[in-house]
Design a protein around this ligand. Structure first.
Ligand code: DGY
Length: 330
């Protein structure tokens, strides 16, 4: 009998067709976000799942779905999945590194620039018809990006790709902080200098967060960290909600303790804190860092191929490309 898989969110038609060559597939073309009990009910009796960051894969779900063998998550981050619980039950988890690096770095840079140069704030002004009435030469002034100091917290693949853009394209001084320092050759290739976190906070003109979410990075940027930043600095978060204390950030922005923020991710997303929605000096986007046509398709294709291989089918049977807990395969 064919294995059975659940695709939890809408995907590209050709990806659903690829899965149908090997599996009985229930997909979700209407893109309904199923409440947890319904997600569990739909997963029961199935061997595989293609999931996204909006589903929570925890021990309760895994215990209710003992046939599940593989959870293939669309995204490089997988903080929606209890990895230890998967491993303990022999469930393979895969993610989608590499294919989204450059696209997400493009977006991080775009969000940082939009934040510094007040792009959305001035667009709202124009759309209200204000230009004609109140436009002035000294309006919407913001800090420069070129030549400024770019601070990066979290220097994995995406952090390095942002560093290259800053150093090579915009002649920025790039400083970074990471759990472990990079090899000197890698630092040189992306034009970045390692500093401690306090120095990063104090020296960055534009601070970009690209650190993965974990208990250790929860509220890595809170009131104390914001207080160390320059009042002219911008903060951009393309990593995960929860890394920034949104309430402390809203207060710092309201009081002008930093200049502006660009946020693609939020602690309780898809909800956005009303305090942030009310502020003019924050650019808000709905978690679209990897959302280019080619990259979202590549992420879905890699996930489908992982699922096919993880369930012992296709040309790479038994050898999914990007396992998070490869020990399960042994
Ligand atoms: C990722 O790849 O982790 C993106 O944030 C999408 O969830």
């Amino acid at each position: 009998m064919q294995p059975s898989v659940l695709v939890t969110r809408a995907t590209f038609p050709d990806i659903a067709d690829r899965l149908r060559r090997y599996f009985a597939v229930e997909d979700n073309p209407d893109d309904t976000i199923w409440p947890q009990p319904e997600l569990i009910r739909r997963l029961q009796g199935r061997q595989g799942a293609m999931t996204t960051g909006s589903e929570r894969i925890d021990a309760t779900l895994l215990d209710a779905c003992p046939q599940l063998r593989a959870v293939c998550n669309v995204g490089v981050g997988y903080n929606n999945v209890d990895v230890a619980a998967c491993t303990a039950r022999g469930v393979l988890l895969t993610n989608t590194p590499d294919v989204l690096t450059e696209t997400t770095a493009d977006f991080g840079f775009a969000l940082m620039m939009a934040t510094a140069r007040r792009v959305t704030e001035s667009e709202r002004f124009l759309r209200r018809g204000e230009w004609i009435k109140t436009g002035r030469f000294d309006q919407f002034l913001g800090p420069d990006v070129h030549g400024a100091t770019l601070g990066i917290l979290g220097m994995g693949r995406i952090g390095q790709a942002i560093a290259r853009r800053g150093a090579l394209g915009f002649r920025m001084q790039v400083i970074y902080h990471n759990r472990s320092r990079l090899d000197l050759a890698v630092e040189a290739a992306c034009g970045a200098r390692y500093v401690d976190k306090q120095t990063l906070l104090a020296q960055a003109d534009h601070l970009v967060l690209v650190v993965p979410y974990s208990a250790g990075s929860h509220h890595a940027i809170g009131a104390a960290e914001l207080a160390r930043m320059k009042p002219t600095a911008t903060l951009t978060n393309i990593a995960r909600g929860g890394i920034v204390d949104d309430a402390a950030l809203a207060q710092a922005l309201r009081e002008g303790r930093i200049a502006a923020a660009g946020l693609d991710v939020f602690e309780g997303e898809p909800k956005v804190p009303p305090a942030l929605l009310e502020l003019p000096n924050v650019v808000l986007t709905p978690h679209i860092g990897s959302a280019s046509v080619a990259t979202r398709h590549a992420m879905a294709a890699l996930t489908a191929d992982n699922l096919i291989a993880a369930l012992g089918c296709g040309p790479n049977a038994g050898k999914p490309q990007t396992p998070v807990n490869p020990e399960v395969l042994k």
